[in-house]
Design a protein around this ligand. Sequence first.
Ligand code: SAH
Length: 213
Amino acid sequence: MIPDWEAERRRMVEEQLRNRGIRDERVLSAMNGIPREGFVPLEARLAAYFDEPIPIGCRQTVSQPYMTALMAQSLELGGTETVLEVGAGSGYHAAVLGTLAACVISVEIIPALAELARRNLARAGLDRNVTVVCGDGSRGHPDLAPYDAISVAAAAPKIPAALLDQLNDPGRLVIPVGERGEHELRVVWKRRGRIEHRVATLCRFVPLRLPRS
Ligand code: SAH
């Protein structure tokens, strides 16, 4: 029997997002509209709306829906922004950001996943304003900088300087920070030349690959 994806999606939005404090109606509506089952591997499809991360190949995972929502909400997008995502993975988070902003560039370091993200976004018809670039996103993507918002989907011991440089003023950045194990999800504002931080929650992410120095 084919699951009722729309009903599963609605339930995810109410139980996992709204009930846990996601308040941005644009985020709730974006996640209510995007077919997450089209972004996870076939064999994991029945788990597409479960409250957990899902393996997508190459030892990477797509985050649990709540984490995607929290990260997107913390960027306070209004619809006019240019957004940089680091770590396209399945393309799901990029699809959410593309629904909330004017334009998204998502940089993915693993070629097979960059291709997967492009395919998933195109199949869902959500590639109009989302471009997936294969490369090292810890260096940002200078060609289109500055970015009004930056969303990093992998954890680093500290915030890569290139990303802070490429953040617009005013601008917002969300990134998991820490060593292996537990990370802090940090929300960073750049305002009138100053940088401020807040910790949104504790979390666990795959590591951001960094260039050897
Ligand atoms: N946002 C994704 C989740 C991806 S998991 C989704 O919705 O599915 C984190 C991703 O970051 C992985 O695909 C990993 O390959 C990628 N990554 C890790 N280090 C990177 C780097 N330096 N530059 C770009 N992508 C990187």
